[in-house]
Design a binder for this molecule. Sequence first.
Ligand code: 13P
Ligand code: SF4
Length: 323
Amino acid sequence: MVTVNTVNGNNYNILLAHIVCENMELIAEQIKELKEELNAIILAHNYQRCEIQEMADFVGDSLGLSQQAVEQDADVIVFCGVDFMAESAAILSPEKTVLLPVKEAHCAMSEMADAQSLREAKAKHPDAAVVCYVNSSAAVKAESDICCTSSNAVKVVNSLDADEILFVPDMNLGKYVSRFTDKKVITWDGYCPVHHQIAAEDILLAKYEHPNAEVLVHPECRAEVIDLADAALSTSGMLKYVKKSPSNEFIIGTENGMLCGLKANNPGKQFYFASPFAVCVNMKMITPTILLESMKQMKHVVMVHEDLREKAKLALDRMLAVV
Ligand code: 13P
Ligand code: SF4
């Protein structure tokens, strides 16, 4: 208990911070109890708020989270991420109840492709195999031959017995993949607004300020940004790279939520984010209070129509068989 003797700002802030921390402990305790009661696990993406990552049973990239959704023996998956991630878990594990704590947590890129437009594109390229980035709706997955994530896109494309690939929806990832294959990659015109706004100038400036730093970017970045990087990696790929690297400084070209995992796993190493604007607001919607409410009220249950689910599952299963 803290007593406020004065009304000056400092004391007020100390009191507020204390209340928030006490609250956080209480929330974390209640979440732990509910997890046992519901036989639930919490999966969180690497871009989630630090407090959410700390409360999760598994934190990872899209591929790792999909694998966990299949492997974990739980009745309930509470998915702290965006819609397509929770939807993928529901597609892969229909016997589990999948909760997305904020139903408005959409991925802006996944909304740039729809099933009807994909059907039209398929009609224009009848010989192309359709590879959809996992950042897509169940309806788009159901129209695709196989899914991929940022960590396995090259492997997936090269595993296919087709000379032409229709790659949907991320044009930047599609162009990145085309560097590592002889196949013709036809790209969609979708992109991630968070990564697409990172400019080559941002990287050049950061390199000028930190000449000894290694540059790691996400393959959702523009080609000219990737050209300036030492490596283009998925979010978990970056975490692994930094852990192994002898370097002490890194320029990071991805969403800024990565800082939690990077700092926690690499004390003493320095991280400079290429752009202060690389924030995915939808990834930040889930707070500990919202997570607790979601578990108390069992909301929002992610539902995928069975016809769609079976077709979309084929595309996801084929991807999981490749990696
Ligand atoms: P990862 O699979 O690399 O975590 O990427 C997911 C994503 O949405 C990146 O913007
Ligand atoms: Fe989608 Fe981009 Fe946000 Fe990733 S960072 S969830 S691709 S909008």
